[in-house]
Design a protein around this ligand. Sequence first.
Ligand code: ZN
Length: 442
Amino acid sequence: MPLQLPRAARPLYAFEHAEHADHARDDAPAAPAIEAAPSALVPAPATLDADRQAKARRYARQRHTLALVSLVLDAALIAILLFSGLSFALRDALAGAPAWEPVAGWLPARIGLYFLVIFAGAFVLGLPLSYESGFVLPHRYGLSTQSRRAWALDLLKGLAISLPFELVAVEFVYWLLAASPDAWWLWTGAAMLFVTVILANLAPILFLPLFYKLTPLPDGDVRRMALALAARAGTRVRGIYAMNMSTKTTAANAMVMGLGNTRRVVLGDTLLDRYTPDEIEVVLAHELGHQVHGDIPKLIAVQTVTTLGGLFVVNLLLHAVVARVTAYHGLADAATMPLVGAALAAFALVTLPLSNGYSRRVERQADVYALETTHKSDAFISAMTRLANQNLAELEPAWFVEFLLYNHPSTARRLALGRRYVESARRTAGDPSAVSIPSGTL
Ligand SMILES: [Zn+2]
């Protein structure tokens, strides 16, 4: 049953594939170069690189093909489990496991073993695809700086974090299915909200440091710029950090993350090293926009509502199937796991365009905020262009690709937003504070 860790961060730029992390290396850059960079070294405004765009389109096509193959394989695996009788056979094979039953209908040992067997099977079968999409492809396109060993280590670390977490979640859900067959989905939704808030709070201090090294930005231009922006916005920045992204990737990014006392703005060293101070200011303003708009709490709320919807659908389906198919021993039978997993995955897939649409809207608002607070549309356009070149982002993906998969507006849309702001500024020349972007027009 695939469980998704909550979105604890809002990146500036979307990576469609997961950027896996790595060992915290001790040789991380102590201070980003931009802090001391003499102005002569500051790069000129970026122009779109046609060769990189051709490469970006090939890269996107190969990534999408791999994602589709992975989806088909997952669906096939679930279908085999559901319709070949394999799920029942596995449950019966585990009948020798301790029949400890703390709550009538809940057999924790059998549920746990069943989950581990399915998890291990899916992990091993999916390994070639994970390797291809997580290691081979980014290397082929010069985006990854990780060794094979470092990549494998990251994979194992991710596994060590997610496996115990998922095992506990599965046991919890099956305990609820046995103890509260009609309201289990509500309790599960409530528990997920609770865990999501805790994890969003802990992610920057507990989980992220396992993969990246975060260094507080020393006192310098960027730090002063961030504090000035935050003061103007009337918001508090609890921390501004540099992250050693360059140990894993050549791509640049920045993000807001954390909740409450761990709230922070994080800038990749791959961005700090290569962008002009004005470009960095626009990026910082975008991230502060997320903070001012309360986007992380908002996204957690949206995710909770969506999850509840999914669980409700699973509840209806589970009751209907278990009532009709006598091979199931009850709702909390381990053999129902592929059914629950399939229903949750199908619901997530169907609602993906909705959640991505909401995310694109939130991102656009942060872009508008960045333009309206800095009035630096040229720097905004240059930063977006530089990001597209550096990260191999397709300027203008097919509309359905953007609709289905993009949780950030495409670079073309973000550039268009910047240009609209330039035009609008020209019309109201002399009074930049009067400039605003009509919303909902892009
Ligand atoms: Zn953003």
